[in-house]
Design a protein around this ligand. Sequence first.
Ligand code: HEC
Ligand code: HEC
Ligand code: HEC
Ligand code: HEC
Length: 455
Amino acid sequence: MNIHLNTHLSTQFFYRAMAVLALLLNPYAMAQTPLAAQPLPYQSAHQTLGTVTCASSLCHGAIKTWHGSNVLQNEYITWSRTDKHAKAYNKLLNTKSQLIAKNLGLKQPAHESKICLDCHAHYVPEDRRGERFKISDGITCEGCHGPAEKWVKSHVAPDATHATNIEDGLYPADDAVARAKLCLACHYGNKDKLVTHRIMAAGHPRMSFELDTFTEIAPKHFVVDEDYAARKNVWDGVKVWAIGQTIAVASTMDILIDEKRGRDGVFPELVLFDCHACHHAMSESRWKPKNAFGASISPGLVRLNDGNLLMLRAVAFAVEPALGESIAAQIRRLHRAIAGDGDLKTEALQVKKMANDLIAAISNKRIDASTIRRAALRLVDDGLEGYYADYSAAEQAAMAIGSVGGFLGKQAGIKNVAAFNLGMLKLNDALANDERYKPAEFEARLRILRSTIVP
Ligand code: HEC
Ligand code: HEC
Ligand code: HEC
Ligand code: HEC
């Protein structure tokens, strides 16, 4: 069962490594409101008006940015010309998608199947579509900013504020938790939608996602400057990374214990497990008596994909070492429960609770240079201790180090930025082909990278 699971991440890493921190710290440290309870755009009860509503040249469809305006006003041009979200529906028409639909035995072609449209378009029920709604527009402005029925007029009123817009149904994409839920719904999956092992086996590319990295590599149609900070929440990249990890872990736990989602016939949903636990050559024995969390496992068992869990652990250690210890112990219990020793639902719910508690701890914490350095060193040192034996964990670690390292660079925490960037490129090279991933090689490159970080 040798398959090629590689992604196109190396180019993404490249951009990320080069992109020296674009987000600014908010000097006014606005109070964080619990915005994450807002329904996701596809769940909203409001009408979706359609992209053309936003696209007039006086609104967001200007060819050039406007001086003297709070926002760029050429967002539509950026989105329609360069943003992959605008093309996501079109991808369902290509031969690859036709093949996936055929392999899955779907009754309709991919571009008419809910199972695909859920993530490749802003797919809302018929009765919530305005006259100018077009499914072929793909993932539209309203797919991320929320259906505009109630806010389209009011958001341009002179007295409109971000808070009043949100009351009218604008999705709070500036809030890190809300943004994590938005992006991860499609880039990872949730209770409503998921790229299952079946869909992958039918030909869907494997997915990888890290919130800060992907926020950075998406074509920018907004600028985080002082004016933005006066109106909205600004989160530094390290918090965005950390919160993205906690939400990904919480989603995994939800899917794992969901009766409907967590199983595929008699088997558990394999997409939650480490792909290479099954997909590797038999001649190449990878099994180790203990996993990264020190949980004893028997040979031949399928391992949970613990890339995000490892990141959660690193986040917790950076925030507070004691918290790191207790989260690591809980994850060990989860691993044991998956192996049949303990109650899976109890342990998964406890992991989810700890992940959610961590969000509060991260949000309230001032992320200072020493916390960031602790996070960066922890990420590297975990690797040197052999924690990234699985490709998916190494991939998460590399994105995290790129993200945290970019921030550390700003704080004079990197001895030589050019050497660090080169080290990142080398690290990403070691991930270029997941089938030929060699943990020892990855570790050797981590060691070089470590020497560029101020101890
Ligand atoms: C849970 C959300 C989700 C579902 C469900 C889903 N996709 Fe995707 N799909 C994605 C994401 C996200 C990507 C982009 C992955 C990346 O680039 O990191 C993607 C990528 C793809 C690609 C590759 C596009 C390219 O640029 O080469 C194809 C083809 C595709 N999907 C087809 C389908 C089909 C057909 C279905 C239905 C059977 C489907 N997808 C269901 C989220 C989803
Ligand atoms: C994939 C998700 C996504 C899509 C699609 C999307 N946006 Fe955004 N947009 C964001 C995120 C994330 C931000 C930054 C957080 C915020 O300010 O809400 C943002 C910010 C903005 C801002 C705020 C700039 C500021 O200074 O306050 C405007 C205006 C905007 N987008 C307009 C649009 C328009 C118009 C479209 C469609 C042509 C669009 N967006 C499509 C995710 C998206
Ligand atoms: C409704 C589902 C959906 C939402 C919400 C969504 N995405 Fe996507 N995203 C996709 C799909 C599907 C693709 C692949 C499109 C393609 O290849 O044609 C994609 C592609 C991307 C890419 C390009 C990746 C590459 O391979 O080059 C980036 C970056 C990205 N998304 C970031 C984000 C971020 C950041 C957010 C949240 C602010 C977000 N997305 C929200 C579905 C979604
Ligand atoms: C418990 C073991 C197991 C895990 C874990 C697992 N798979 Fe599979 N996978 C299988 C089996 C069994 C098949 C069917 C093989 C066949 O038909 O010969 C398969 C088939 C596939 C195929 C179709 C190609 C083929 O060889 O048939 C792809 C692609 C695939 N898996 C991707 C993945 C990805 C990506 C992951 C991780 C997210 C993953 N798998 C995790 C067992 C697993």
